[in-house]
Design a protein around this ligand. Structure first.
Ligand code: ADP
Ligand code: MG
Length: 692
């Protein structure tokens, strides 16, 4: 296969060029052809008439001559003329001899820089890109034909080896000539029905148009094809995985009826919402399938996901099938343990265990033994559950809380400890539909949208420092009524020590000053476990009135009596983080408040985030907003989410193409028609929720 040949078969590619290309991920001719321009410049876009002094200009010019000018500062002057014969001088104060050697007369160039006027038009130290040399007719033919100029991403190492846009174009030209001479085809890899249905350019034509474009329209078509191609193969991979999962057979069967689940429903201090009931029903139905289930339960913060997971778990536990619940933080794991213990503790059958992996050697060994012997039926824990020493007898259900906090491998590790277990992944970071299909297209989705009845909307306000006195006054008013309050400080890794200190300082000064008459508590990640426990328990019991804390309380924490959440330096938090934090209040019947404090200096982006928070409480809407502001890579964390790093495709911008590609991949029955190796080489790593 021609496209699989190494780049060294090309004329002029020696070991050095090869190494530079390899660094950029180009080893084969195929990879070279798929190394696409970062943009295509339309040379008619900036005509001379559009140029304005003082503004950044991008201009096509031909170099005329260069000379050294001496004065207060010596400089190299390269004179050029634009396509409409305007004179433009390029000035270089540094690297004079280098630029002189590079910018020979008779080159055709694109230059970018701030246009200045000083006895004529000039640009000082412009960025430039050499398009071709007029003295080399071969090359001028090659690049001068169209009005659209492709510009490639190039690294420093590539540039050093002459692999700038011009160099890359030369190489591509060689490959295309080889293909023509040997009358080889660039094989089509998309199914014909998709090409027809979506009116896509052929692969061969698209490659030519990307590198040697005829017009902007053709470039757009070529791009569209490659975006589609990326999405198509990704969707196909998801389909393959889904099919593969369907081949896995269930080994452990949860009961059809569970007495403890029915009893728990009766004993609950509230009635389940319709959506909660429906979620449990769906999990049970999936639990009866021949194949293990893989479900993503999406529900906004406070929608009551935990109870649905617990009720589901009982159908397994009643049948002596083990269940484990993985939580991202110790505080959350403890809380789950407490909640579940309180709900079920009296039940004689139930063997629940909290596993944090920090137990003393002997205690840990005993716990591990109870897991391995199957005595413990419900295990709640953190990352510690992923340790090799943790083995189960009959693990049949894996519940992953706040699943977005875990990476693909972690989820997979836990799954592998079971006997083809069912998986219930829960998340409070709602993912917009398109993205969800893309990321978790191989999962069943269950959504809880409504919150339990009786919840009042949270009153969210954004205040500058000048309102601080007033904020404290309101807090005290509610403390007097018996309510509780969170004050959250940011904690980011880079400035962890400083952040932690400001949290501790605030605790001390508030306890000794403003809130001297009240009981304050301090909670942060660096505290000893027992201390964390004590603080959390007294806050839950209402003994601590104000909890000064960091983002350790971000996920899951449930103290319904707390009705005020103050976020300090809220400009430093992201939308979803703030939304999660806000979810700490509004969990009881009291009117709740979320106060976002900021200094006066807030960036435009932060303003957009804070405004969004004050405007809506709808987690799905906020997630959309967040995606808009930050893009999916940032929002979900490329590696964490298993989101592939698409080259051209943008999950947000190209939603429509994504949906089309997905639709086609699902019905593309004969996967063999398409080269499987193609898929695997592109998305080789476990990049989705569960790799099988
Ligand atoms: P999340 O979905 O954020 O994990 P939780 O499961 O922690 O939410 O539930 C939030 C709070 O709502 C808990 O105190 C829980 O007991 C309570 N809750 C759950 N379901 C209901 C319901 N149907 N009615 C009233 N309160 C409920
Ligand atoms: Mg939760």
């Amino acid at each position: 296969m021609l496209l699989k040949q190494g780049v060294e078969v090309l004329k002029g590619v020696g070991p050095k060029k090869r190494a530079a290309l390899q660094q950029a991920g180009i080893s084969t001719l195929g990879e070279l052809l798929y190394y696409f321009p970062r943009k295509h410049l339309d040379r008619t876009v900036m005509s001379t008439a559009q140029l304005e002094v003082g503004e950044v200009a991008t201009v096509f010019v031909t170099s005329l001559e260069s000379y050294l000018a001496h004065g207060k500062k010596s400089r190299l002057v390269v004179t050029t003329k634009t396509e409409s014969n305007m004179k433009l001088s390029l000035l270089f104060f540094k690297g004079v001899s280098y630029f002189k050697s590079v910018l020979k007369p008779g080159l055709s160039l694109i230059v970018t820089g701030k246009l200045e006027y000083y006895r004529g038009m000039q640009i000082v130290h412009p960025d430039f890109e050499i398009l071709s040399s007029e003295t080399d007719p071969e090359e001028s033919k090659l690049t001068h034909t169209g009005r659209i100029i492709p510009l490639y991403p190039t690294t420093e190492a590539m540039k050093k080896e002459g692999l700038d846009s011009r160099g890359l174009r030369r190489l591509n030209q060689q490959v295309l000539q080889m293909i023509e001479k040997q009358s080889l085809e660039i094989p089509e890899i998309l199914p014909t029905f998709a090409l027809d249905k979506r009116k896509l350019l052929s692969r061969r034509e698209s490659i030519i148009q990307m590198h040697f474009p005829e017009s902007q329209e053709q470039v757009d078509l070529a791009r569209r094809r490659f975006i589609y191609e990326e999405f198509f193969f990704f969707s196909l991979l998801l389909e393959l995985k889904r099919k593969k999962r369907q081949e896995i057979q269930r080994e452990l069967w949860p009961l059809q009826k569970s007495t403890s689940a029915s009893k728990l429903v009766k004993d609950l201090p509230f009635t389940l919402t319709e959506e909660q009931k429906n979620a449990v029903k769906q999990f049970r139905k999936l639990g009866q399938n021949e194949n293990p289930m893989a479900v993503l339960l999406q529900g906004d913060v406070g929608s009551g996901k935990t109870i649905t997971a617990l009720l589901t778990a009982l159908y397994y536990i009643d049948n002596e099938i083990q269940v484990c619940l993985l939580a991202p933080t110790e505080i959350l794991a403890r809380q789950h343990y407490q909640t579940i213990y309180n709900l079920l503790g009296q039940s004689p059958f139930l063997k629940i265990e909290l596993f944090l992996g920090k137990e003393r050697v002997k205690a840990k060994r005993e716990k591990l033994h109870r897991l391995q012997s199957g005595e413990t039926l419900l295990t709640i824990g953190t990352h510690s559950l992923l340790q090799e020493s943790v083995l189960f007898k009959d693990l049949g259900l894996v519940v992953i809380d706040e699943q977005h906090k875990f990476g693909v491998e972690q989820r997979e590790t836990l799954r592998a400890k079971g006997k083809n277990p069912d998986i219930l992944a829960m998340t409070a970071t709602p993912i917009p539909r398109t993205l969800c299909l893309t990321l978790y297209g191989d999962l069943e989705l269950v959504t809880i949208k409504q919150k339990p009845a009786g919840r009042k909307p949270i009153d969210t306000r954004w205040y500058y420092e000048d309102k601080r006195k007033g904020v404290y006054k309101s807090i005290k008013k509610y403390l007097e009524q018996g309510r509780q309050c969170f004050i959250v400080y940011p904690l980011v890794e880079e400035s962890e020590k400083l952040d932690l200190q400001s949290c501790i300082d605030a605790y001390e000064s508030l306890q000794n000053g403003e809130f001297a008459d009240y009981k304050l508590g301090l909670l942060h990640g660096k505290m000893k476990n027992d201390d964390k426990d004590t603080v959390m328990t007294s806050f839950q019991k209402g003994e601590i009135q104000v909890l000064i804390t960091t983002t350790v309380v971000e996920v899951g924490i449930d103290v319904p009596n707390a009705n005020i959440l103050v976020v300090e330096h809220s400009e430093r938090f992201g939308i979803s983080q703030l939304h999660q934090l806000r979810g700490r209040v509004g969990r009881g019947e009291h009117q709740s408040f979320c106060i976002l404090m900021t200094s006066y200096q807030v960036t435009a982006e932060a303003k957009a985030r804070l405004a969004a928070l004050t405007e809506t409480e709808d987690g799905f809407l906020l997630a959309e907003k967040d995606l808009e502001i930050r893009g999916p890579g940032e929002v979900l964390g490329i590696r964490q989410s298993g989101l592939p790093d698409f080259h051209l495709g943008d999950l947000q911008k190209h939603k429509d193409i994504l949906e089309e590609a997905r639709e086609d991949a699902v019905i593309s029955k004969d996967v063999n028609e398409i080269e499987k190796t193609e898929i695997i080489s592109r998305f080789s790593e476990g990049r989705i929720l569960f790799s099988n």
